[in-house]
Design a protein around this ligand. Structure first.
Ligand SMILES: Cc1cc2nc3c(=O)[nH]c(=O)nc-3n(C[C@H](O)[C@H](O)[C@H](O)COP(=O)(O)OP(=O)(O)OC[C@H]3O[C@@H](n4cnc5c(N)ncnc54)[C@H](O)[C@@H]3O)c2cc1C
Length: 512
């Protein structure tokens, strides 16, 4: 039977494997790390578990068309509890604090209390979020364009939201408001350069009762996908780093591992980061550049601390202003303080997050809190180049961690006993998955960027397919799932057509 080789055992690779097995293919996943899951991961530091992925999963609501796909691949199991936060996040300036509640009426009253002068802008914005949430709660076709094609009432709502906010950045949207905290809450979480629609969509999804968290966190979620793949008869090889794809003029015939081992295959799915795929297939680099020309990537620096549970001054995420004079908090690792280098929260603000609110990730009475700063690709590049010098990298991390911890403890006296656990940077992502410029969430969703796409099929090689969260905005786990499914379908169609072509040998028979 023909073999489909899947390079990379992240979510896209595992989902490609699951859908491949379901369609009758014989799939083998080659994963360079010791465990599958890719960026859907976490690790332990002593008695503490650091979860480093899911803070929301689009598709936890049964009305979302993604829900059935997540059930199919085992991400959402029957009976698996779903953690539902009541607050999306909170922003604070000085002593004033504002929360985005699941109950949007509560958010509206809090905003109006805070700034009656902004009532028109508040009701316009929250009116759109509410209308969108209502649509998300009702049965809907799988694709937005099906709504639009129907010319329905729903299509009119989508169109009016697109027309009103489709061309605005979050920064521009924030300027519709007078109160500084209302402005801040809009740019705090995703970042000022992002499209206003990305915030509206994400908050609407939360209000609709979607975008929650399957219990157990990221590592167990990855394990469920792996188990589903194995239960369908798929083969997973960990510690198997692919060095190159072996091909003739128009067809791949197999792969060579870093160990020198050769593995033959009839269809190949590259479920690696595009930077890794481009090393194996130079054509992909130009394809990537032509699809995503001019788009900026972004990454983050993260710190994890252990704190006493009762000491937390927020429910799950708080973004607050920095009052420190410490230049390290405003600078890149090389000490340059340049505006625009902190994408979210913006320069001068800090985010704290219980990530996720799970019991069992810390000893009783404690929890793990993370401080996350999304940074531009220039800052990411600096951390990556600094990591070549282990001593300098270590010392830059220590100084930065110390400055952040000091600022948090100074600001929130209840957190004075917090313990430092770990810090990781864009260099960590590059080392672990080969992430391009340390970016783990694709591109900044600028206005217009949501339409950019990278195809599944690559030119020249008829049996090589791409599956990655990078392939279209807004990236993330749902795109990894969809691209995995699409690549498996393409491989299946290719193999079926191949079988039909009389007298044609399958690629693995061309081997040696
Ligand atoms: C901190 C953080 C928070 C996030 N939060 C969310 C969230 O809340 N919601 C959401 O939807 N998304 C979130 N994401 C994004 C999401 O995790 C990713 O978009 C998704 O997991 C990417 O999956 P992927 O399979 O495309 O890529 P990857 O996970 O990068 O998988 C690629 C795999 O290929 C392997 N590989 C690389 N090179 C080779 C080689 N040469 N040979 C063999 N194998 C190789 C890698 O080890 C890896 O396992 C978050 C990510 C991070 C890091």
């Amino acid at each position: 039977m023909e073999k489909t080789i899947i390079i990379g055992g992240g979510v896209a690779g595992l989902c490609a494997g699951i859908f491949g097995q379901l369609s009758g293919q014989n799939c083998v996943i080659l994963e360079k790390q010791k465990v599958a899951g890719g960026l859907l991961s976490g690790w332990s530091r002593g008695e503490y578990h650091i979860d480093n992925c899911m803070h929301w999963l689009v598709g936890t609501h049964p009305q979302n068309p993604l829900y059935d796909r997540w059930r199919k691949v085992g991400m959402l199991d029957q009976g698996l509890p779903i953690i539902k936060n009541t607050v999306f996040y909170e922003s604070q300036i000085g002593r004033e604090k504002l929360a985005l509640h699941r109950d949007i009426k509560k958010t509206a009253s809090a905003m109006l209390r805070l700034s009656p002068g902004d009532s028109k802008a508040i009701s316009e914005l929250l009116g759109c979020v509410s209308a969108l949430a209502e649509l998300m709660r009702s049965p809907r076709p799988r694709h937005l364009y099906q709504h639009i094609a129907k010319g329905s009432k729903e299509a009119k709502i989508y169109t009016s939201i697109f027309l009103r906010y489709g061309r605005k950045t979050l920064d521009e949207l924030a300027r519709d408001f007078h109160h500084p905290l209302l402005r801040a809450i809009l740019t705090d979480f995703i970042g000022a350069p992002f499209s206003a629609l990305s915030w509206i969509w994400t908050y609407a999804s939360f209000v609709a009762g979607d975008s929650d968290l399957p219990k157990g966190g990221s590592v167990l979620a990855a394990k469920r996908l792996e188990n589903r793949f194995l239960s369908l008869g798929g083969e997973l090889c960990t510690g198997a780093e692919v060095k190159r794809i072996l091909h003739t003029d128009n067809m791949a015939v197999g792969v060579e591992l870093k160990s020198g081992e050769l593995i033959s295959g009839d269809a190949i799915i590259c479920a690696t980061d595009p930077a890794v795929t481009a090393q194996m297939l130079p054509d992909v680099a130009s394809l990537y550049q032509s699809c995503f020309k001019g788009l900026e990537t972004f990454s983050a620096i993260h710190l994890a601390f252990a704190v006493e549970e009762g000491a937390l001054p927020f429910e799950n995420t708080l973004i607050f202003d920095l009052n420190s004079q410490n230049p390290l908090l405003y600078a890149t690792p090389f000490g340059h303080a340049v505006s625009g280098h902190f994408i979210s929260p913006p320069q001068g603000r800090l985010m704290l997050k219980v990530y996720p609110p799970e019991t069992g990730f810390a000893p009783r009475g404690e929890c793990v809190v993370q401080c996350i700063r999304f940074v531009s690709q220039e800052v990411a590049d600096q951390w990556i180049s600094l990591s070549a010098d282990k001593e300098k990298y270590k010392s830059a991390k220590q100084n930065y961690a110390h400055a952040v911890a000091e600022e948090i403890m100074r600001r929130f006296s209840s957190l004075h006993k917090m313990k430092y656990l770990d810090m990781w940077t864009p260099a960590t992502y590059t080392r672990y998955t080969g992430a391009y410029r340390g970016a783990f969430l694709g591109h900044i969703a600028h206005v217009g960027a949501m339409r950019t796409k990278m195809p599944t099929k690559i030119p020249h090689l008829e049996n090589v397919f791409l599956a990655s969260a990078w392939q279209h905005a807004p990236s993330g786990l749902p795109v990894a799932l969809q691209m995995g499914e699409k690549a498996a379908k393409c491989a299946d169609a290719y193999l079926k057509a191949l079988r039909k072509r009389e007298g044609r040998r399958v690629p693995s028979q061309m081997w040696g």
